[in-house]
Design a protein around this ligand. Structure first.
Ligand code: 0RA
Length: 641
């Protein structure tokens, strides 16, 4: 009786706990989007993986059922069902109490995932229905819930037996609550890759995945006996490796670390960190421990081998990791996290132990594998060489800039040095440039012709960018330097012109040139755009010459249609401009240069981050998304006047 009263009292807080999850699901599973939805499955799978890590479970079946529910079935010991001190079956406590999870006793599991075992009850709270079957001691025990509220009547606080069992394990089936989630269809691709990753991190585990849903039926067996070595091989499968994958492990104080790495002939670095089989998107102490020791060891070897001379500076960390692919997997009994998404490991002891294991093991390995060591150092040398030439190109450019403003032959500068009154026109093509030089207001208007299409800075390396004549001419002319990844030498107060006006033809090629220039400005001189100094000139498409009356420039087809309507019936000659080069100096002045008559489009960046992604999308090397974007927005992309 006393037990029952106690249960009644605690059940109130239980419901309040799960209600909190339903009120703010994002706090527990990140979001109620498809990501959060898939997370429900990962929570239950992670519990089974914990049971595997404890040494009792070898197989997990994950099934996406035809009715939209998911089933996770493991062959572990089975969740405890006996009477818990709260007065009900332990299983009930696990699925209805926040922060209880399977972790009754720290010694049962050496490790547990990032959420400290709160997963089961969170999933239960967000499930329209959940059924739990525990196979244990020859029996099948069953419990059921709706939105976290138990619907099975306990017998003296214990679960009813619904059948006989030959083996042990835990079977959980649940349907996500459609009043919580935007969409309730699990996304199979994300789930498959997560399960695959789990198998790479647990080489003795098998995951049997089955999708029974109409249209996406599929069965896959994930088993990766090569573990982290296989993981790194898979990550590098389309690259050219410098050596075989190197693997080592070690640990102390109940903390274990396993690491695999391999260098490839590419300028990239790809290092993944996991703690208790959960991916740490923001890295953390295990990753920094690994990186800093690796840098130390390689620099020491490079000096020993006299590849780095006394006068040489050390390789930077980034140099040393040039070409590296690595997976760092840590098992920790009490993981702590920081960072915006709680995916950055924060335990200081992890840094120490990973660093020690890394130092000991890679030294042992490189002492015996000198050729691999030389290959790794060669990657660092390549990176250092490029880094130095970029730094040099930058200093050359900056020192040159002191003397060479105006020294570029093609720049026709203005007479005035009053920046706030001056304008510079970047003009496509030498012939248009020539007309513009004749037509301009010499006092305040400078003309810089550029030849054809400038370099695409999204695709080019830094030294190529800085070697490009057109780009150098622009940077020199503007007078304020440029900024890039390593530092910021840009000083907008030195800008020589209030307006930088891109003058390109009103056709597709012209639009492309304008985009290339904007990309350059956005990447290396973003303040120019952010502070509203960049404009695009809008040369007219047509000139209408009526029999009687004034000639008129028409800037787009809308203007032409309006003109036709207004001059209904009366005849006029329509002159079509194919390009700026076709206009004489007088026409160019009237249409494009004259501050009182011309039309300029001001370039603004509302959301710098979005613009950056867009620049990358439109100008980067990745072709398919660009094509999709152009296709999708082709009708909206017409010039707005
Ligand atoms: C705590 C103790 C025992 C098993 C488990 C937790 C356990 C939890 C989960 C969650 C999913 N699958 C699971 N399998 C096992 C051992 C209990 C005993 O020895 O009776």
């Amino acid at each position: 009786m006393a037990q029952n009263q106690e249960y009644n009292a605690s059940s109130i807080t239980v419901l309040e706990g799960l209600e909190a999850v339903r009120m703010r699901p994002g706090m527990y599973i990140g979001s109620v989007s498809t990501r959060g939805l898939n997370h429900l499955i990962y929570e239950i799978v992670d519990n089974a993986v914990d049971e595997h890590l404890a040494g009792f479970c070898t197989e997990v079946r994950v099934t996406l059922e035809e009715d939209g529910s998911a089933t996770i079935d493991d062959n572990g010991r089975g969740i405890p069902v006996e009477m818990h001190e709260m007065g009900v079956s332990a299983e009930r406590v696990v699925f209805t109490t926040l922060h209880a999870g399977g972790k009754f006793d720290n010694t049962v599991y050496k490790t547990s995932g990032g959420l400290h075992g709160v997963g089961s009850s969170v999933v239960n709270a967000l499930a329209k229905q959940m059924t739990v079957r525990v196979r244990k001691d020859g029996n099948v025990y069953e419990d059921t819930y709706e939105r976290g509220v138990p619907t099975t009547k306990l017998v003296k606080g214990l679960l009813p037996v619904v059948g006989k069992a030959k083996n042990s394990g835990t079977w959980v089936n649940f349907t996500p609550d459609d009043t919580i989630f935007d969409k309730t269809r699990f996304k199979e691709d994300d789930i498959k890759s997560r399960l695959h990753e789990t198998c790479y991190l647990n080489p003795n585990l098998t995951i049997l995945y089955e999708d029974k849903r109409k249209g996406t039926e599929e069965k896959i067996k994930f088993h990766e006996p090569d573990g982290l070595i296989g993981f790194v091989k898979e990550m590098n499968k389309s690259s050219q490796p410098v050596h075989d994958v190197v693997y080592f492990k070690g640990g102390a104080d109940n903390i274990e670390v396993e690491i695999a790495f391999q260098y490839v002939n590419e300028f990239k670095e790809d290092i993944l960190g996991f703690c208790n089989c959960i991916y740490n998107a923001e890295g953390g102490t295990h990753i920094t421990g690994f990186k800093s020791m690796f840098t130390n060891v390689i620099n020491n070897y490079a000096r020993e081998l006299n590849i780095l001379k006394d006068k040489d500076a050390n390789f930077t960390g980034a140099d040393v990791r040039n070409g590296m692919t690595a997976v760092v997997s840590l098992k920790h009994p009490d993981p702590r996290f920081e960072g915006q998404t709680k995916t950055k490991l924060d335990n200081q002891d992890a840094a120490k132990i990973v660093s020690k294991v890394t130092g000991d093991e890679i030294t042992r390995y490189f002492d015996r594998n000198l050729e691999v060591l030389k290959g790794v150092i060669a990657c660092a040398e390549k990176s250092a060489k490029i880094r130095k030439s970029e730094e040099k190109a930058k200093t050359n450019l900056l020192s040159k800039q002191k003397y060479s403003f105006d020294s570029n032959g093609k720049l026709a500068n203005c007479i005035s040095k009053e920046a706030e009154k001056c304008e510079i026109f970047i003009v496509e093509g030498d012939s248009a440039g020539g007309s513009a030089k004749m037509a301009r207001d010499r006092m305040y208007q400078a003309i810089l012709p550029i030849r054809g299409k400038i370099l695409n800075v999204e695709k080019a390396s830094m030294d190529k960018v800085l070697a490009n004549q057109e780009i150098k001419a622009m940077i020199n002319a503007f007078g304020c330097g440029f900024s890039e990844g390593y530092g910021n030498d840009f000083d907008i107060s030195k800008l020589k012109y209030d307006k930088i006006i891109i003058m390109a033809d009103a056709d597709v090629d012209g639009a492309h040139i304008a985009t290339l220039l904007l990309t350059l400005f956005y990447r290396f001189m973003p303040e120019l755009i952010l502070q509203g100094h960049v404009y695009i000139a809008m040369p007219p498409l047509y000139k209408a010459i009526p029999k009687k009356g004034k000639e008129e420039y028409l800037y787009d087809d809308k203007a032409l249609a309006a003109y036709r309507k207004k001059h209904d019936g009366s005849s006029f000659t329509l002159q079509r401009y194919k390009g700026l080069g076709e206009m004489d100096a007088e026409q160019l002045w009237e249409t494009t240069l004259d501050p009182n008559a011309r039309m300029l489009k001001s370039v603004a960046i509302e959301d710098a981050r979005q613009a950056s992604a867009m620049t990358e999308l439109l100008m980067g090397t990745d072709v398919p998304p660009r094509r999709a974007f152009i296709h999708e927005f082709a009708t909206e992309a017409e010039i707005d006047t």
